[in-house]
Write a protein of this length. Sequence first.
Length: 485
Amino acid sequence: MEIFELTIHQLHEKLKKKELSSVEATTAMLSRIKATDEKINAFITICEDGALAAAKEADSRIAKGDGALLTGIPLALKDIFLTKGVKTTCGSKILGNFVPPYSSTAWSKLEEQGAVLLGKLNQDEFAMGSSSEGSAFGPTRNPWNTDCIPGGSSGGSGAAVAAQQAIATLGTDTGGSIRQPASHCGCVGLKPTYGRVSRYGVIAYASSLDQVGPMTRDVRDAAIMLGAIAGYDPADSTSVDRPVPDYTTALIPDVKGLKIGLPKEYYIDGLDADVKKAMDLAIETYRGLGAEFVDISLPHTDYAVACYYLIATAEASSNLARYDGVRFGHRTEDAAALKEMYMKSRAEGFGTEVKRRIMLGTYALSSGYYDAYYIKAQKVRTLIMQDFLKAFETVDLILTPVAPTPAFKIGEKVSDPLQMYLSDIFTIPVNLAGTCGMSIPAGMSSTGLPIGLQLIGRPFGEETIIRAGYAFEQATQWHRMKAVL
Ligand code: GLN
């Protein structure tokens, strides 16, 4: 097996036994990135010198015997995570030259363990999108078929795992941005419960929905990464003060007696035939393993996309007000007065989709419309949350598709925002409910594109979805399939 094909736990064993050094592993990853990224465009920034220096440091830690699970493991981050001294663009021209003075908590925690930062990954601008075509740095391509999108907005994070350019990555998920690219790229993507991981130093899109999570080759790696980044952070008032379990103890290949809900609103007529087939097979697999299925209803599902696009755009319009050309980011060269400078800096710096969202959100928050749109959306959000809580009175977890179709072609939906928004129909409700969900590889389309299934857990029920995901992985081979580049 090539070094770049290893999982975190496999590489950790090799580092511990001194069969391999972190410098060797990091060098292998950097050459893999160089050999493949012209085709994929997963990276916005490659940190060659920094990565090799960190790898050296990790090797000396390991030599002294104080290595942790992630010491010396080469990782990459979505370009939404602030990384001290390393350019962080959020996929936007407005932050094209922004070098943050401090790091996000999620990255700091990995860095403290001795993880190696290979670089920063491409994404839809400000995480607004489902295809990664919205990046100011060009689209990322799907390693399984470079004519297709890798999903979004964490498309670079999914593609880098699938193209074996990083052992694992971090993404963020506001409405599906970890789970949907994981599904389209054939990797594992875990969106933790809101509040489980600190959002400090993560560029804000919609603050009441944003969550940080891992994208990995298998469920064990997702458990390792989640354990490393989770926990209370006084710097993020929405992070929850609750002990972090050892998620690897949930890696039990046993789902006997587990009750799995199938929401009738998710198994709809428009579902792609290959996706439907993968779901049917997955249900059969779980049945064979002793799980029980229960038909459930999440009656407010139909309102989720509309509700999300009011709340997310309202919060985005407020969060993005800070990009004014004064404090950081792009400033126009051509303005005579202050107001003109604000307007031109923003007009030049933001892309089309971001502008659309700012306008929608500003409208929804404007006086006279606030109650009719924003407040109403908040009420619908509560109903959606209650749907899930009610379902979890009878089931332990919920199984659904991640996306209604496999990865679509580059260019197919860019001119039709509504079609693009609808690709998150199965992931958005989970963010609105604030609970956790994971995408795991569960099939292959007739055209050779990966298909993921989604396991949705109770709030702070990550251990249950990890256990169920692990059991599925042990019983199937989908996670072993590799994109050939
Ligand atoms: N595609 C959704 C949106 O554009 C979700 C994005 C995300 O989760 N960051 O808002």
